[in-house]
Design a protein around this ligand. Structure first.
Ligand code: PEP
Ligand code: MG
Length: 741
């Protein structure tokens, strides 16, 4: 097989200690029977320089340079993807460089030279005839590119270039997406891509195959162990992380990528190099996928590959990291995150992650400050750099200036002090300065967060988002699984009430087999609409809730209700299920969220039929203002502290009071200091919020004279304050009255 012969000759060349780029291109051109083989290496300023060629004019070496994105070679570097062109000169991206003499060649195959997630150059072959290179040829050139990556890295191409530019020492700041709140500062720990294998070509393919087989078995066993025993204590309450790992196990059992690794071993690569190469290809392929679920699978895959490589390298045990280390990664699988957590990281920046992804769910559950995005941070960072993650603001600072560092040092110290000073409030009732009694509850998505009930002294769970666990697991649960989950939640909550919200899937919360086919999924087929159209799904969940209650009180709430009719349909389904379950719950409370403005015009009739109402301000305001709740550019147009929103919220509260039905707010607004004060001033007495906000809110309310705020609010509204000045005036009032917002 030519591949094996080429690799054998390359191995000889590398073993001789006289490896050189001209020798490499010469060998490749001969063995692959191509008229041209050229290497372009990355140079400072994102330039690709022709550094060796067989077939093109030698005087072009060291002179021909292309920007990343320019010409075929530049496109391959920019996209990190190969191009196989039978007639390259007719490609729209083709750029002619007369000094190379390449006008004589029609076909071109160019592959990126990548190492540890970075593009170091491009390797290309060309022929005069118009032809498409076959799969074997592509595979061979990709294998050579992997060897070349080691050679270029040893020669120091891009890394040197960056240092020459002096970029390493410059402070940088990156806008990021918040995955889990909190602030942390410390030294960077990098895990950029996968560690490059030290030995690439095998002396004994059979032995390599045995090593690969054993390592795969070991990896599978390792994941089994992690699922059954390796979870941190804090996760004991819930199975969701465990279920996330089950999904990883399924990927581990998938034979496709392992079979391809075995093929690469047969071609002459070491087991490490083969796994590395196949994983690299898969990763590059999946990088282009926009589907968030599939992108998460890349992280899971890297998780497995990492394990495999560790095993192959003799299973070097991972020791603890320095205290307060900040992990920087491109992607992170759930099992990896748990490993890193066990090693002691204090925060994580994941370049490619979504807030609803597995890693984000786990980071929140583990209480690790985490951000996503921060484009370019990985390339700019060096191991051990000093950095700060501000998970609250969604910022990442690399090598921060002393002043910024000091600012954050103070913020962290003040925050720790403040949190400690709140502890005494845990067992005290929530009461405003002027004696208004309130109920503060928490919003929860995973059963493991239930320990927050005792940590915060919350009055209960005002919103249990049942879809979060299923999103973490990546699949719907059957009645038995759901019954077990909800039962655990009720057990952990003890005497405190829990409001279970039925599945709110769709929109941005998609299971893997849910595809978005709508132009506007937030207003599409989602949430209760799915439940009513697919009654079996909703019925299963309702039955599980009733079974989990086992005769205890039960509170169920429906999301995204648009009409009274929809509420009735959902409620009747629940009542029908009640008849089938024994023992029936001691009490059954059935409510609805208010998230769609149309329901406002049916409030009096609705309130006669519901047991309670909970205002979901996140969705309600997005539909009220026609402003996407997820779009940062619209954040200023989505303000609860504006005249029309206040009128609407006051009306809801008045109607609920008139009907004698409890009303709460469970949207994010309930956790924002100024908004929460105003909600209380409007008459709301129950607020449900993320657990981290509860004690600070209790403290703020204890300082606030709500009666006085009501007076200010009323005169501002009567005086016709414009929306922007309304917020400003309220904040000014709060500051003047010593409130720490
Ligand atoms: C809301 O819309 O305010 C709400 C609490 O629901 P979610 O954020 O889960 O859509
Ligand atoms: Mg909502």
């Amino acid at each position: 097989m030519p591949a094996r012969r080429l690799l054998a000759r390359l191995r000889e060349l590398m073993a001789s200690g006289h490896v050189s780029l001209p020798k490499m291109v010469h060998l490749v051109a001969i063995e692959m029977v191509t008229e041209v083989c050229s290497i372009y290496a990355m140079r400072p300023g994102d330039l690709l320089e022709l550094v060796a060629t067989e077939g093109l004019k030698t005087e072009a070496v060291g002179h021909t340079r292309l920007r990343v994105g320019e010409g075929i070679i530049g496109i391959v570097a920019a996209t990190a993807d190969k191009l196989n062109l039978p007639d390259a000169q007719n490609h729209p991206g083709f750029v002619y460089r007369p000094e190379t003499g390449e006008d004589a060649y029609a076909s071109l195959l160019a592959v990126p030279v990548r190492r540890a997630g970075r593009t170091l150059g491009v390797l290309a072959v060309q022929n005069r005839t118009v032809r498409r290179y076959n799969d074997d040829e592509v595979e061979v050139l990709e294998t050579v590119a992997m060897l070349l990556a080691e050679v270029l890295a040893a020669m120091g191409t891009r890394d040197d270039a960056e240092q020459n530019f002096g970029g390493a020492a410059v402070p940088r700041q990156f806008q990021a997406t918040r995955l889990a709140g909190g602030i942390v500062r410390g030294h960077v720990v990098m895990q950029s891509g996968l560690p490059a294998p030290t030995k690439l070509l095998a002396d004994d393919p059979k032995r390599e195959m045995d090593r690969l087989r054993l390592a795969v078995e070991d990896m599978r066993k390792g994941i089994d162990d992690l699922i059954s025993s390796g979870l941190p204590d804090a996760l004991d309450l819930d199975d969701s992380p465990r279920e996330v790992l089950e999904a990883t196990r399924l990927l581990a059992a998938d034979s496709g990528w392992l079979r391809r690794s075995a093929e690469a071993v047969r071609q002459g690569l070491t087991a490490e190099a083969a796994v590395h190469r196949v994983a690299g290809e898969l990763r590059d392929k999946m990088r282009k996928v926009v589907d968030p679920y599939l992108r998460e699978r890349i992280a899971d895959l890297e998780d497995l590959v990492q394990r495999l490589l560790v095993t192959l390298s003799g299973g070097a045990a991972h020791g603890p990291v320095a205290p307060e280390s900040i992990l920087l990664v491109r992607r992170l699988g759930p099992a990896q995150l748990l490993d890193w957590h066990a090693r002691g990281i204090a925060g994580v920046v994941i370049e490619d992650a979504s807030p609803s992804g597995h890693a984000a769910i786990l980071a929140r559950a583990l209480g690790l400050p985490a951000v996503a995005g921060a484009r370019g941070a990985l390339d700019a960072a060096e191991e051990d750099d000093w950095a700060i993650i501000d998970g609250d603001e969604g910022m990442f600072f690399l090598r921060p200036e002393t002043e910024l560092q000091q600012g954050y040092d103070h913020a962290i110290a003040a925050r720790a002090e403040r949190l400690a000073s709140y502890a005494y409030l845990r067992d005290l009732p929530a009461v405003s300065k002027d004696g208004i009694e309130l109920k503060l509850m928490i919003n929860v998505g995973l059963a493991l967060e239930l320990n927050q009930l005792s940590l915060t002294g919350a009055d209960g769970v005002g919103l249990f988002r049942t879809e979060i666990g299923m999103l973490a697991r990546g699949t719907l649960e059957n009645v038995k699984q759901q019954t077990a989950t909800y039962g655990r939640v009720l057990d952990a909550a003890g005497d405190k009430p829990v409001v279970f919200r039925t599945l709110d899937l769709g929109g941005d919360k998609l299971l893997p087999d849910q595809r978005v086919i709508e132009e506007n999924p937030a207003m599409g087929w989602r949430s209760l609409r799915i439940g009513l159209d697919r009654p079996a799904l909703l019925r299963r969940q309702l039955r599980a809730l009733l079974l989990a209650a086992k005769g205890r009180p039960l509170s169920v709430m429906f999301p995204m209700v648009a009409t009274l009719y929809e509420f009735r349909a959902a409620r009747d389904m629940l009542l029908a299920e009640v008849k089938k379950v024994s023992p029936a719950p001691a009490s059954l409370s059935i409510g609805t969220m208010l998230e769609i403005p149309s329901l406002l015009w049916q409030l009096p009739a609705l309130l006669e039929e519901v047991d309670f109402l909970s205002v979901g301000t996140n969705d309600l305001l997005q539909f009220f203002f026609a402003a996407d709740r997820g779009a940062p550019s619209l954040a200023g147009r989505y303000d609860l502290l504006s005249v029309s929103a206040l009128d609407m919220l006051e009306y809801v509260c008045e109607q609920a009071d008139k009907a004698g039905k409890p009303v709460s707010v469970c949207g994010e607004a309930a956790s924002r200091p100024m908004e929460a004060l105003v909600l209380v001033a409007l008459g709301y007495r129950t607020l449900s919020m993320p657990a981290g906000s509860l004690l600070p809110m209790k403290s703020l309310l204890a300082e606030a004279d709500i009666g006085a705020l009501r007076g200010v609010l009323s005169s501002l509204r009567k005086g016709g304050a414009f929306d922007r000045s309304l917020r400003d005036s309220l904040v000014t009032w709060a500051c003047e009255h010593g409130l720490d917002l």
